[in-house]
Design a protein around this ligand. Sequence first.
Ligand SMILES: Nc1ncnc2c1ncn2[C@@H]1O[C@H](COP(=O)(O)OP(=O)(O)O)[C@@H](O)[C@H]1O
Ligand SMILES: [Mg+2]
Length: 301
Amino acid sequence: MKIAILSRNRRLYSTRRLVEAAEQRGHEVHVLDFLKCYMDITPSHPSIWYKGTKLEGYDAVIPRIGASVTHYGLAVIRQFEMMGVYCLTESVALGRSRDKLRAMQLFSRKGLGMPSTSFAYQVHNTKDLIKLVGGAPLVVKLCEGTQGRGVVLAETAKAAESVIEAFRELRAEFLVQEFIKEAGGSDIRALVIGSKVVAAMQRTAMDGEFRSNLHRGGSAQLIKLTPAERRTAVKAAQTMGLNVAGVDLLRSSRGPLLMEVNSSPGLEGIEGATQKDVAGFIIQYVEENAKPNKTRTRGTG
Ligand SMILES: Nc1ncnc2c1ncn2[C@@H]1O[C@H](COP(=O)(O)OP(=O)(O)O)[C@@H](O)[C@H]1O
Ligand SMILES: [Mg+2]
């Protein structure tokens, strides 16, 4: 197959591993910096260009879109979709997962476990917002944050009000969430491909920190998930419509609670902790699900 990986940097661990796994399995693979792609948006012949060349003949696209460039990345994926090319991560699914508020609403609609979460637009709702999630301590988080940035633990109602006011002042969209204390600074990352969890790790925050992100100095260990955790992780990925997803869960006294679903999950931490060839599994999934380009009819996006 001819595979394109949409990535800003071919030297990133995850990109390198996907290239390696695809080549090992005999595919032709190109890394395309999607910010350098430009598009011809016409009714009958939508096309994508890259450094003066029209991109043609791809059987599959593997998007690895960073959070700061979601908007343009989505447009490039949509264009490939219009051209009838199989995209491992579909534009609609990526868009859902990048907005924590939208994701939480979808999880709640499916009845999936999640921390109590509230959201409001107007300043005079602050006290009610805090009450809705059961009071302090609570977590305030930016709707579009990543790597633990913009996730704040407020120990008291007063601190919560100050943080909420500060976020509002900055015109940032945020969620207010029940703090899951029993998680004890740990969370679970489950790597879902299709309808299976192929690898899972527990991440533990460093001392004095409640955010377990590896980018915040958290450490990772192999972990065995309970059947309920597996089910929740797979259901969450499917709710987003993601074929590949990094699902973050908290272990609580009332079972697994969803925090977020990442559509371009990093592979370094999970492959390191589990010694599994996750990149290989991803390419295998693409092989099984992408039809050769020749047989494709033009999609509608
Ligand atoms: N409601 C919560 N209760 C306890 N810990 C939380 C809660 N929300 C987030 N955390 C901790 O903070 C980390 C980052 O939060 P998350 O929502 O995943 O944001 P990001 O997208 O920045 O990773 C989580 O991995 C978890 O360790
Ligand atoms: Mg996270």
